[in-house]
Design a protein around this ligand. Structure first.
Ligand code: ZN
Ligand code: ZN
Length: 629
């Protein structure tokens, strides 16, 4: 646009801005006049001061500027100006307006523009879908596709790639398949954008076979799609498949960079799939990428999350160069396994090489807490504040509360919470509540539980702990009251899920799972295990069940907990196995913890159980957590 016309328009727009009286958005008519191909005339309304004639190119320029700067307020003024001057717009300019509103996040205005257009093209529809999709309004994004098809307009590759991310949730898979068949009909299915979106959609909804099919169709594969399919497989527990894709890509000569390996290792760590992790480590060595510090850090993390600290330490020791993150990852690993002594020792030796940071202290303090080193932990907290002059963050206070709570110094822990410069989080109260349960501090426990129930009235586990506290002190009426309020709120716990890897296959169990092909054998095994450990002194802790049922049913509910199913399944396998590794999505309950301890003693089996907060290494009837978690 010419400088002169820009100047004039800006002057007039500022007039408009002050004189229009009401917000511009209220002055929008429902529809925009139909497009006109002839020269555009510019009529001046009474309310607007007279100004020079402006054409399509001028408005186009201005709207583009507004879009770039996300200047939605100014864009509205221009829109109002177009309407008031009865400017007859074209599809292209209306699209410009639509895009301006979409990018500015004003989807309602964008929708008014779209609905008001008497002629639309594929860009109009795609822009609207993209707006809805980016704002997570999946339903509305999907709704536009049949609307568009009914007007006879066909999608292009961008339309399909834009709308596919909205295929989520319950019906996501069905919608995704329909769009896939539309892509096939319109010959866009092997287009890179569409293919990647299809791949992503199928991976997210867990349809890994379809993802694989799409993947094989893609003419050009890059590292980013490679990573998507691998993590899709890994998240679905199909680590074998993930490794196969990975190996296939390597055979095809595709260069995998360290980012691919890092995401692969992260997925493996999440699954605790040690065998797979070892194979990938071998590939990393052969790919000569080993000396990437980030990659080595991922290896340390993967091994420690898979329960093999020996391998973590080997990677750590062989690193030619270590960052503070390497040290922190190793410290975190020891801490989660409850090896407090190793944490403190490693911490002391790190000063030769790097300076510790806030995360280091978090790792060391939580390591001391998980390892039961109360005095050492308290000393290190003091050292951090006075010698290192680091300002403790909420996480550090959390560790301090945990340390004091574990030592039974509940009142001091409460003082820390009251005097710290942060709002206590529910995690912090939760840790104190656990300490109250362990040390049978009923009155403080009750206060803390009430606070937690205020903060998270819908979290079923708070009710469970409160009821555990009452049950431990024989206050059965209060137990009943808690149970009743939970029933009134219709609360249910998030379903427990445990996984166990046996002979390179990942088996996943849900609580009271009756879907496993070998369910009959598993339930027989659990009954047998239960009889044997009962003879050794195991008594089911019925206070862990909040359902209003008789004791026999309570016991059968307890036996259905996912980690017990996984333990029984582990015992069923190879008889010469010495240890079983289980991963659980929630915190282990008191009863399952006790069950695992008895099993480890009676069956001479080491059980490594990773729950949502830490590792429990159960052997010889005792757990590394010291019954505090
Ligand atoms: Zn349990
Ligand atoms: Zn434990």
């Amino acid at each position: 646009m010419h400088r002169r016309s820009q100047f004039i328009l800006r002057r007039h727009l500022s007039h408009l801005h002050f004189h229009s009286g009401e917000p511009a958005s209220h002055t929008f008519p429902r529809s925009i006049p139909p497009p006109c191909s002839t020269a555009i005339s510019f009529r001046v309304c009474d309310s607007i001061p007279p100004m020079a004639t402006f054409g399509l190119a001028d408005y186009d320029d201005l709207l583009r500027g507004c879009t770039r700067r996300r200047a939605i307020k100014e864009g509205r003024v221009i829109h109002a100006h177009m309407i008031k001057s009865h400017f007859v717009t074209s599809v292209r300019l209306a699209n410009r307006l639509l895009v301006m509103y979409v990018k500015g996040g004003s989807l309602e205005d964008a929708r008014q523009v779209l609905d008001g257009m008497s002629q639309r093209d594929v860009i109009s529809w795609t822009a609207m879908m993209s707006g809805y999709s980016q704002h997570g309004r999946s339903f509305e994004a999907l709704e536009q596709l049949p609307r568009m098809l009914r007007t006879g307009i066909l999608p292009n590759e961008y339309t399909l790639a834009t709308v596919l991310p909205s295929c989520t949730g319950h019906s996501g898979q069905d919608h995704g398949r329909q769009i896939h068949s539309l892509a096939v009909k319109s010959n866009f299915d092997s287009h890179m954008f569409v293919g990647s979106s299809l791949l992503d959609m199928y991976s997210k909804v867990g349809e890994v076979k379809d993802a694989r099919r799409v993947f094989n169709m893609l003419p050009h594969r890059d590292v980013v799609s490679c990573t998507a399919i691998i993590s899709g497989y890994a998240q679905s527990g199909l680590d074998e498949e993930a490794l196969k894709v990975f190996q296939q890509l390597q055979r095809e000569g595709m260069e995998c960079n360290y980012v691919t390996f890092v995401s692969l290792l992260t997925a493996i760590a999440g699954l605790a799939a040690l065998d797979f992790g070892r194979q990938v480590h071998g590939l990393v060595i052969r790919s000569e990428l080993l000396f990437y510090v980030v990659l080595d850090n991922s290896l340390i993390d993967m091994y420690s999350k898979c329960g093999s600290l020996k391998h973590s330490r080997r990677v750590f020791d062989n690193m030619p160069e270590r960052s503070v993150i390497s040290w922190n990852t190793m410290l975190m690993g020891y801490g989660k396994h409850g090896l407090g002594r190793e944490v403190v020792q490693l911490f002391k030796s790190m000063f030769r090489e790097v300076k510790p940071n806030g995360v280091t202290f978090l790792a060391v303090l939580s390591g001391c807490s998980h390892g039961g080193l109360i005095d050492e932990g308290l000393d290190i907290f003091g050292y951090m504040v006075s010698d290192q002059r680091l300002k403790p963050e909420i996480g550090h206070y959390g560790c301090l509360v945990d340390l004091l709570g574990r030592a039974g110094r509940i009142e001091e822990a409460l003082d820390v919470i009251k005097n710290m410069p942060y709002e206590p989080t529910s995690a912090l109260w939760n840790s104190l509540l656990g300490a109250c349960r362990l040390h049978a501090k009923i009155s403080i426990g009750e206060v803390v539980a009430r606070k937690l129930l205020d903060m998270e009235p819908d979290n079923a586990s708070n009710y469970v702990i409160l009821s555990n506290i009452y049950a431990a002190s024989g206050r059965w009426q209060d137990v009943a009251r808690v149970r009743e309020s939970m029933k009134l709120k219709k609360l249910t716990k998030e379903p427990g899920r445990s996984s166990i890897q046996l002979d390179k296959v990942m088996h996943i169990f849900f609580s009271s799972d009756r879907s496993h092909p070998r369910r009959k054998e598993i339930f027989d095994k659990i009954t047998e295990v239960c009889e044997r450990i009962k003879a050794a002194g195991y008594v089911p802790d019925l206070s862990c069940v909040l359902h209003d049922v008789d004791d026999e049913q309570k016991e059968s509910i307890l036996l259905g907990h996912s980690e017990k199913l996984a333990i029984a399944f582990g015992l069923m396998g190879n008889a010469c196995r010495e240890s079983i590794r289980i991963t659980k999505n929630l915190r282990i309950c008191i009863d399952c913890h006790n069950f695992a301890k008895y099993v480890s003693n009676v069956y001479q089996m080491e059980i490594s159980l990773r729950d949502s907060s830490r590792f429990h290494l159960v052997a010889g009837g005792a757990c590394s957590c010291g019954d505090y978690w």
